[in-house]
Structure formats: C-alpha cells, structure tokens
Write a protein that binds this ligand. Structure first.
Ligand SMILES: Nc1ncnc2c1ncn2[C@@H]1O[C@H](COP(=O)(O)OP(=O)(O)OP(=O)(O)O)[C@@H](O)[C@H]1O
Length: 367
C-alpha cells in the first residue's frame, strides 16, 4: 500500500497539516514535541480506530477544538486509488470511505493496513497479553476478511457478545437456562476463534524465523506458540467453562477462554522475555510486527504501510542498519521519524523523501 496524501486537522498540536509521501522511505524530522509522532498516529488512527498512544478521547483532539479530522489517499497494489476521511470528537465519529458513509470503523481498518513500531512497542514482548492478542487478531482480521470468504470478524464479534452476556449473568449469580445458552454460544465461537488463531500462528512461524534471522541473528531460532486461554489439550472449551463456573460465579467474570489467550515467543539463544534487554525486546517486537506484515504481503501482493517512530532510540547502529536493510528489501512504503536523520540512512545511501515538521506545519525538504 502506498499512501499518497495525509491531511490532519485539529490533531494534537496541528491546526492543519498535509503530507504527500512517496513510495519507499519517508523520513520525518523535527525537534522534540514538533509533531512527528502525531503524523504517524493520525495514519494509525484511521487504520486501527485508535492511536498507539491511546484513544481519541485521551487527548488527540487539539486543545480548544471539538473534533479532529484525518484524511488519507492511498493505493493498494495496482488496484484503484482509495480515499477515506474520519472526523472524531472522542465520542462521536463520522467517516467516509471512497465517498460512501462508513457504518463501522472496522471498514476503514479493513481497507487500509498500517503497521506501526514505536518506542512503546517492546510491550508486545514484555507487556500484558492484551497487546499480543490485539496483534494476533489484527493479522487475522486482515487475512480472514469476509470479502475473501473468511469469517474471523464474525466469530470475534460472536465471541465478544457471548462473553459479555455470560459475565453479566455471572455478576447476577444467575444459574439458569440463559447461562447454559450463552455458555454454549461462547464455547462455539471461542473454539472457532482459537482454531483460527492457532492456524495463523503456524503460518507466521516461517516469516518470524526470517525476520529474527535478519534483525536479531544472535537470538538463534525463534518459535511462536499460542497459549489458547484454557487447557485445550485436555478439555473442550465447553467443559472448561462448566468446570470454571463455580469459581466464575464467585469472581463475577469468566476466567477461561480465548479472551485470556497469549502468545509465547521462544528465542533459542536468548533468555525468556523477562531477561531480554530493552533493545532486544524492541527488536523481537519489530520482528513480530514485520513477520505479520510479510505474511500479509504474501497474501495481498503488496505490503502494509510501515511506520517506525524514533527508530534510533535504543537501537545501536548495526541493528538500525539491519532494520533499514530489511525494510528496503521489502519494497514497502516506510515512514521513519527522528529528531535528526538517522546516520545509518545516509550510510546506506537509500532513496529517501524528507519532510520537516516545525511551527505546526510540514515541509518537504529537497534531498
Ligand atoms: N491535544 C493537544 N492539543 C494541542 N497540542 C497538543 C495536544 N496533544 C499534544 N500536543 C502537543 O503536540 C506535540 C505532540 O508532539 P509529538 O509527540 O507528535 O512530537 P514529536 O515530534 O514526535 O516529539 P518527540 O521527538 O519528543 O517524540 C507536543 O508539542 C504536545 O505538547
């Protein structure tokens, strides 16, 4: 995917700003607080329905304004050009995709695939399991799309609804036919969700091995494993839910199932996730993100847009070089930010479109 235009209004410090990126590398420089990350956040927001720094209501709307706007034009492979706009107040939103009103933000997410790597991305390795489930489900959401005959989103929504209903009944201490019915629904949707996640993890494996070899060769071989959220080798989800019922009634929520799933990444020559340095955790997280992007590229015939915020932070030069070489080899459109142009980018002499953010506006710099 190639983003051809990004326009933001009332977004963090920007009253209005516009960027016309190029295919390949786009470098965005500027002082601390100038708004570099905000530009990446804007694209991420349109593609994920939230920023990697939080939701719209967490301060994305420019102080004193009612709502932010993001407008993007892009091309997916050799297909037609697309355009999408989102106006969001933190509560209400209104969006259009190719001129038609959008009923669910998932429609924008489905149309525009963006993978972002930012200073907090190490949490994909050493943070809570929620981030890893979101990572996995984002990949499935794109691969198992309804327009390709997939039903991941359908199962995901079914599961979320059944889980909410079961939790509500647990809190009311209601052990009746309704609880049986929602548990049955939860078990069916949960088994389907888990089977899709498991297959996806297996398909990611070779891409992950290649990315770890490219970015973190000292790690040795890599293995990704799904922890399903219940003792799936021994029990069906229906049985696990039934067995957990008494405890769940006391706690008032469901303690087993795919909403508790996790991913385990094993790197043969490095310690477990708690023993990794911050830089190693970042590289392992980037390998996970790029493995998923590479898998998607294989399915779609074109790469998602890749965004790397503050690449130089915490990565030494040899590793920055490895990252940039891998990204260049992919042919993807890449956004990189930094207070300075990363020295490695100059050393590698890669073609780069350069932009500078200052005083609330973005200027294209000549190479
Ligand atoms: N809701 C808001 N309204 C107005 N200004 C905001 C709002 N939220 C954030 N800002 C300002 O917008 C800027 C956001 O900067 P951003 O994080 O995008 O900068 P950056 O160039 O990536 O910085 P750094 O190099 O320090 O990471 C900061 O100056 C911040 O004070």
């Amino acid at each position: 995917m190639i983003v051809q235009r990004l326009r933001v209004q009332s977004f963090r410090r920007f009253a209005e700003a516009e960027l016309e990126p190029r295919p390949g590398f786009n470098l965005v420089t500027g002082d601390n607080g100038s708004g570099k990350t905000s530009l990446l956040e804007a694209l991420h927001l349109l593609a994920h329905g939230r920023s990697f720094r939080g939701r719209v209501r967490d301060g994305l709307v420019r102080q004193g304004e009612q709502a932010l706007s993001v407008y993007v034009e892009w091309q997916a492979g050799s297909g037609p050009a697309h355009r999408a706009g989102l106006r969001h107040s933190g509560g209400d939103w209104d969006a259009r995709l190719d001129g038609a009103a959008v009923g669910h933000l998932g429609e924008l997410c489905e149309a525009l695939a963006v993978v972002s790597f930012e200073p907090g991305s190490h949490a994909l390795i050493d943070g809570s399991s929620e981030g890893r489930r979101r990572y996995l489900d984002w990949g499935l959401f794109h691969v198992e799309r309804a327009d390709r005959g997939g039903d991941f989103l359908l199962q995901w929504r079914r599961h979320a609804r059944a889980l909410k209903q079961r939790n509500a009944l647990l809190r009311q201490r209601r052990v009746d036919a309704q609880l049986d019915a929602w548990e049955h629904e939860l078990a069916q949707a949960g088994e389907a969700l888990c089977a899709q996640r498991e297959a996806h993890v297996a398909r990611l494996q070779p891409h992950l091995e290649a990315m770890i070899a490219a970015l973190l060769p000292g790690a040795g071989s890599a293995r990704l494993e799904l922890l399903p959220g219940w003792r799936r080798q021994e029990l069906s989800l229906a049985d696990a839910l039934l067995l957990a019922r008494d405890r769940d009634l006391v706690q008032g929520h469901t303690s087993v199932g795919p909403h508790r799933a996790d991913l385990r990444l094993e790197l043969r020559d490095l310690p477990g996730r708690d023993g990794l340095s911050r830089g190693q955790a970042k590289l392992a997280a980037l390998a996970l993100l790029l493995a998923q992007a590479a898998y998607l590229a294989g399915q779609d015939g074109h790469w998602p847009v890749l965004q790397l915020d503050d690449l130089a932070s915490e990565l030494d030069r040899p590793h920055q070089r490895r990252v940039l070489q891998a990204l260049h080899a992919s042919g993807a459109q890449v956004f990189v930010t930094g207070t300075e142009p990363p020295a490695v980018l100059r050393e590698l002499d890669l073609p780069v479109a350069m932009f500078h953010v200052e005083h609330g506006s973005v200027a294209r710099l000549c190479a």
